[in-house]
Design a protein around this ligand. Sequence first.
Ligand code: BMA
Length: 313
Amino acid sequence: MQYSNASFVQRYQGNPILSGKDFPDEYHILHCFNSGVIKFKDKYLMLNRLEDCSLKAYFWIAESDDGYNFTPRPSPIKMPEDDPTFQKYASINYYDPRITQIGDTFYIMHACHSEYDCRLSLLSTTDFEDFNWHGFVSDPGNRNGILFPEKINGLYARFDRPMTSWDGGNIWMSFSPDLIHWGGSECVLKNSAVRWAWSKVGGGCAPIKTEEGWLNLFHGVRTQCKSHYVYQSGVCLHDLEDPTKVIAVSEKPIITPMADYELHGQTPSVCFITGAIVEDDGEVKVYYGGADTVMCAGTIQLQTLLDLCHNRI
Ligand code: BMA
């Protein structure tokens, strides 16, 4: 079933494409979701966010030739769990990795949770075998950090999402000379600009460069019945030279939780985009977590994303 009335993303018929049971039994993995995706040497690589039955986190790579059938590697990637600073600020969890290629290096920005709240941390690799940890790259209270694939006006740039007590979560941009020290922050998309996401908005995957501007596939949250959150995904277009300027925002979400694997799981009603691959023919493969439990895929045309931003659909 495609649920075409409610979603512009066409769901892959074989969804979910990865779940806990696809990983070795001895790890007791319960959840596989919100995973970063990139193309590397003609393969699709998914850096999976996993949780075992004690909610211990892993990042674990799975590989695919077609973007849908993924085979996990035999073991998770080695995280800097021996480092005292990592231990301190990631004591509860690490999660939601987003991958961005800058030159020949692949950067993974992800969230870490501890008794000090949430912070962003940065890993890099050139081969997806060995990973360098660059430390923490935000103050507490920030997540959904996603690097741009190129510098903007001579500085590295990212979307991030500081949480404020005033109005919840909005998408911000920050800049850095070295990927470690970040500043010059600007709020670029407010939740109040998105009709269906009055509680929070946050970045989804690495921005997609088009002739018209940077496409930003983001998630938006509304609070339904006091404590029930509904996570949809939307799209907006940022100025090419100055992406702090949003040129256009789609009034409609691109995907809304409707399928069983989006409605039922450890967090009901969640479609959480964390990866997108643009194919040569203009098709965009979109990867998202369903109900904080499984990984899913879908497709949408690049042109449809642009048309949605301009509200031509
Ligand atoms: C967000 C993050 C995501 C999660 C989502 C829905 O705040 O924690 O990892 O998928 O909530 O629970």
